[in-house]
Structure formats: C-alpha cells, structure tokens
Design a protein around this ligand. Sequence first.
Ligand SMILES: Cc1cc2nc3c(=O)[nH]c(=O)nc-3n(C[C@H](O)[C@H](O)[C@H](O)COP(=O)(O)OP(=O)(O)OC[C@H]3O[C@@H](n4cnc5c(N)ncnc54)[C@H](O)[C@@H]3O)c2cc1C
Length: 400
Amino acid sequence: MKEEKVFFGDTLKAFASRNDKELKHLLWLFKLMGNPSLVKLLSRLAVFSIKAGLPVSAPIKATIFRQFCGGESIEESVPVVKKLGSRKVGSILDYSVEGKEREEDFERTKDEVIKIIHLAKNNPAIPYTSLKLTGIAPFSLLEKISAHAELSEAEDTAFSKLKHRLADVCYNAYVNNVPVYFDAEESWIQPAIDRLAEEMMAEYNQKKSIVLTTLQMYRRDRLSYLKELIVKGREKKFFVGIKLVRGAYWEKENERSARMGLPSPVHERKEDTDRDFNEALDTCLRNIDLITLCAGTHNEASTMHLLDKMKEMGIANDHPHVYFSQLYGMSDHITFNLADAGYNVTKYLPYGPVKSVVPYLIRRAEENTAIAGQMGRELSLILAEKKRRQHEKLLPPGVA
Ligand SMILES: Cc1cc2nc3c(=O)[nH]c(=O)nc-3n(C[C@H](O)[C@H](O)[C@H](O)COP(=O)(O)OP(=O)(O)OC[C@H]3O[C@@H](n4cnc5c(N)ncnc54)[C@H](O)[C@@H]3O)c2cc1C
C-alpha cells in the first residue's frame, strides 16, 4: 500500500466539525486573543471579577471556556469525548482545578481522577488520564521537599496524606489498566514530583507503563535526566513512561530566577529548546522497548521530525508505545491529520468549574497571543480555512 506523507496544511480536515457560523466565532475569539494588551487586561479583569464574586462565569463559559474545555464536569464533557472518539482521537480528561490549598479540595481532586479512571476502563475513547500533583498536595509542601528542607510534624502528616492519595490513584490506574500522566510543573517543586513519579513507576510499571512522567524540554537539565531515567528503568527493571513537552512556565521561571539572583533553569533561546525536544524524541525512540512516549506538542516541525524518525526506524504508525497529543482547542490540523494517517492521537481535555480553570485559560490565551507582531498559529489556520471555504463557494457545482 502506498503511504502518503502526512500534510498538516489540510485545514478542511482540521475544521471539518465546524460550520461557517462556528468558524466565524472562532475567528473572532482568536483575533481577540491575538492582541497582547487586550489579553493582559482581560486576564486581570477575569481574576479580579472572580475574586470579587462578580458574575463572569457565563460570558467566560460562552467564549474561551467553550473553546478550550470539555465542560464543567465529566458528564458535561462526555459529548466532546464521543465526538473526538468518532474521529479516532482519544481524550485525556484533565480535572484542571488549580490553586487549591485545602485538604478537602485535595481529596475531591483525587476522587475525581479515580472517577475518570473508572469511566476510562475498557473505553478506547479515553486511553489515559492525568494528574497534577499540586491538585492533591500543597504547593509549599512540594517546594520544601524539593529543597530537602526539614518538615514540621504537620508537614510530615501532609506528606503521608499525599503519598496515600498518590498510591490510591496509581493503584486504581493499575488495576483498571488506565495509565496516568503526571504533569510537570514549576522547577522549584519538580524534584518532589520527579521523586514520587520514579517511586510510582518502579512500583506500577513492571509489565507496562502505567505511570508516565512529564519532561519539560525548555529546561537545560532534562536531556540528562531522561538518560538517567532510562538507566534506572533498565537497572531496576521497570518501564519508563514519558510525556515530552516544551514547558508552560518559561516566563515565570525566568522572572523567579532573576528575582532571586539565580541562573535560569530554562534555555534562553527557543532554538535550544527545540533542539533538546527533538533530541529527546530520538532518545525515546532508540529505547522504545522500554519507553512509552507521548509527544505533547503543537509544533509541526517536531511532529514531522518524529514521523520521519519512526519511518526511518521502521516503527509502525500505531505502535502502542508512541502517542501524539495536543491540547483541546488547539492544533486540530495536526490532531486530525495524524489520526487519519493511523497514528495514536489524543487530546488533553480539561474540565472543571469555570472559576477554577481560569488560570489554565489564561495560559492558553497567552500562548495564542501575537508575539513580536507575528500572527498566532491558530489564527492563521482559521484564516486559511475561511479563505478555502470562500474559494470553494466560488467554484461551479461539481468542481472540487
Ligand atoms: C498534551 C500536552 C500536555 C502538556 N502537559 C504539560 C505539562 O505537564 N507541563 C507543562 O509545563 N506544559 C505542558 N504542556 C504545555 C506545553 O508545555 C506547551 O503547550 C508548550 O510549551 C507549547 O509548545 P509546543 O511544543 O507546542 O511548541 P512551540 O509553540 O513551538 O513552542 C513554544 C514553547 O517554546 C518554549 N520557548 C518559547 N520561547 C523560548 C525561548 N526564548 N527560549 C527557550 N524556550 C522558549 C516555551 O516552552 C514555549 O511554551 C502540555 C502540552 C500538551 C500539548
């Protein structure tokens, strides 16, 4: 069978589920997000209004929330899961509640993740689930553990509770055969996350990768950490689960290190992040017997790099150890074109009460704003699709 090269410029496939009215709404939304000063202003306004108890949930839900989230609950997100599933794209339901610090919130998040695991059991439309450790433990605790600081008695108790919650999630993931991704977060809490992820991998990844950790390749030290993990996995005989991303906190990392007079843990130049990301992809493929890889990216060049390498190394498109993933609401041109070519593709599908997912939505708006006057990637794709549709309408009937 002749294998065609995947073409990401196919906007017809990318926007197939959007009618003209929906495309117009999308164009309006991404034009709005394209304006950096407006994004800043609206982000501050949203945070202030929520704190002040003003009724902003409805307008947020009708606009940016609808674009980037599945719904306010699992139940509300199910139609999106089904829609993606019908196009051979799996959903990674992500309970995106952030910034909570109370024990009952941590318990609720843990219960919610276990609920997703039960829904995902034997359901190919939800092949994985995900977990942010700051969703089940205080940020300050993870920071202290990362700094190897001595814990107070209360913090010791909080640490035991965190371990119990984590074991609960991973055990459920294991018995129900639903792997779980641990998200990567700020570098000053990441050592604690790495330590716990490694402990869970050693315990639950004996037969396959049930626990997967995330490496942010904007960090200068992550390539060597990847190599360290491979050695540990081989020596201690556990499978290594890796989600590769570039990293979501680049500015925050630089601001903090500058404020503290420390060297920045992240690359200064985008090219260096790109190089490390692609090198990490290659390293994972060379160890594909051990590693389950998820390439979490919207970058076409890196995605194409991975496709070329897989082909070169004779790794099948649907190899069970290779996944591609994009965030819901972004880069549908990559997602649907890859799914059509038979690759394993998933979307991270965040959900949660509108007020609680605002930090996530602000990160997405910032990611889609114009940088150095350049139009955002999504906006140029929407414009390309609009143009394609206008051109199609001008053609005589029967000519495609
Ligand atoms: C499925 C999925 C899961 C994700 N999970 C996580 C997670 O667990 N933790 C997390 O932090 N992020 C996560 N992300 C977010 C991810 O980090 C961002 O989407 C990503 O940063 C955007 O990069 P990109 O690979 O799509 O490509 P691009 O758009 O090509 O790259 C943009 C990225 O490059 C980096 N960058 C920008 N400027 C510079 C510079 N001057 N020098 C060095 N580097 C620079 C930054 O990381 C920036 O975000 C996830 C994304 C996806 C798709």
